[in-house]
Design a protein around this ligand. Structure first.
Ligand SMILES: *Cc1c(COP(=O)(O)O)cnc(C)c1O
Length: 397
């Protein structure tokens, strides 16, 4: 077996330089713990940006995947398969929405929501085609396609990729008045993360989502919640919008929906919205494939059966309370909901991340100054205590 150093060198030689991973190679994982080629163990406190809410290689998910692998993996949407119907039924029940449109990556689900909103704006609201406008927030993260980076305010995600897709208007995050002011007769939707993940775990002011919901309804524009990172229990509710009892018109979902095994994404909305699609108007070769649906279906069953939202809420409260006991004048804020927690420093967090990793906790800074702690929801209290001891040791100053 290659050593960590050799694996990193080979990856850098042949792989494109579009990522700068931490110098850790992971060869195996179980639950909240992963191992490198040299046998060193780490607690995974990033969970692949919330795709690993179930932890690594959850035995039931692996079994469901293997069973489906031996039976049927792909039909394309040219034919029916027996798993897609159950997947859609289950996701419809979880979201309370009548219809589901399955895709693969989170970015594809966001694109699907944008297409839905534009068509709905034209067909239903009557905005002339080509004039539809969608409002988005500064510092958003919705993925990496040309259209999605067109509505980004992050220079590194955007630079050199023009010409950009028009039709977006950017307002500050967390500011409901700014939304109201930005709406024009051509506005068809507002796309928002209930908590901004990549921006540094930015929790909006209490009542924000409720106000957004009210404004969207009053102006007849669609509220689209990007729950790709916050959905499926991460923040202590099945969906983060539920913290304010808000129901968006469109849920955008991904990451944890694939059980940490494969990319599975979808949007959910009622029929009066998703009926803007007719055969041929949108699709994906792999979207809704039986392999993905079998894993996604099992993931949703486990989420509900084991009450992951309550687990994330309780463990999150425990975790954040312990983090707040850390003494370090360079920590300016600790914030989050459930098991999506950000620790912001007054200085670069890179040195602290290095220490954490050396001591056996995998974490990563986002936007330089904030460390995100988002362990798998299944992490045990004993493991949390062990990880917290390392974190306290590494972050105390
Ligand atoms: C990760 C993420 C996406 C993009 O998902 P991919 O599967 O990487 O395309 C979109 N929105 C949010 C909020 C995300 O965190």
């Amino acid at each position: 077996m290659l050593t960590s150093k050799e694996i990193i060198a080979k990856t850098e030689k042949y792989g494109t330089n579009n990522y700068h991973p931490k110098e850790v190679v992971i060869v195996s994982g179980r639950g909240a713990v992963v191992k490198n080629p040299e046998g060193k163990e780490y607690f995974d406190m990033l969970s692949a940006y919330s795709a690993l809410n179930f932890g690594h290689c959850h035995p039931e998910l692996v079994r469901a995947a293997k069973e489906q692998l031996d039976k049927l993996t792909l039909t394309s949407r040219a034919f029916h398969n027996e798993v897609l119907c159950d997947f859609c039924e289950k996701l419809s029940a979880l979201t309370g929405k009548e219809k589901i449109l399955p895709m693969n990556s989170g970015a594809e689900a966001v694109e699907t929501a944008l297409k839905t909103a534009r068509r709905w704006g034209n067909y239903v609201k009557g905005v002339p085609n080509g004039r539809q406008e969608i409002i988005v927030c500064a510092n958003n993260f919705h993925g990496r396609t040309i259209t999605i980076v067109s509505m980004s305010t992050d220079d590194s995600a955007k630079r050199g990729f023009g010409p950009y897709t028009p039709g977006f208007r950017t307002i500050p995050y967390g500011d409901a008045d700014a939304l109201e002011k930005a709406i024009t007769p051509d506005t068809v939707a507002f796309l928002v993360e209930p908590i901004q993940g990549e921006a540094g775990i930015i929790v909006p002011p209490a009542g924000y989502l409720k106000k957004v919901r009210e404004i969207c309804s009053r102006h007849n524009i669609l509220m689209i919640a990007d729950e790709v990172q916050t959905g499926f229990a991460r923040t202590g509710k099945m969906f983060a919008c539920m913290h304010e009892n808000v129901v968006p018109d469109i849920y955008v979902m991904g990451k944890a929906l694939g059980g940490g095994i494969l990319p599975v994404s979808a949007i959910a909305a009622d029929a009066d919205i998703l009926n803007v699609f007719e055969p041929g108007s949108h699709g994906s070769t792999f979207g809704g494939n039986p392999f993905a649906c079998a894993v996604g279906l099992k993931a949703m069953e486990i989420l509900v059966r084991d009450n992951y939202p309550a687990m994330a809420e309780e463990k999150g409260n425990y975790f954040i309370t312990k983090l707040r006991q850390i003494k370090n004048p360079e920590i300016v804020e600790i914030r989050g909901k459930g098991l999506l927690i950000g620790v912001e420093f007054s200085c670069s967090a890179a040195g602290y991340v290095k220490k954490l990793i050396e001591n056996g906790v995998l974490a990563k800074e986002t936007h330089e100054k904030t460390i995100r702690f988002a362990p798998p929801v299944i992490i045990s209290y004993e493991q949390m205590d062990q990880a917290l001891a390392i974190i306290t040791d590494s972050l105390t100053k």
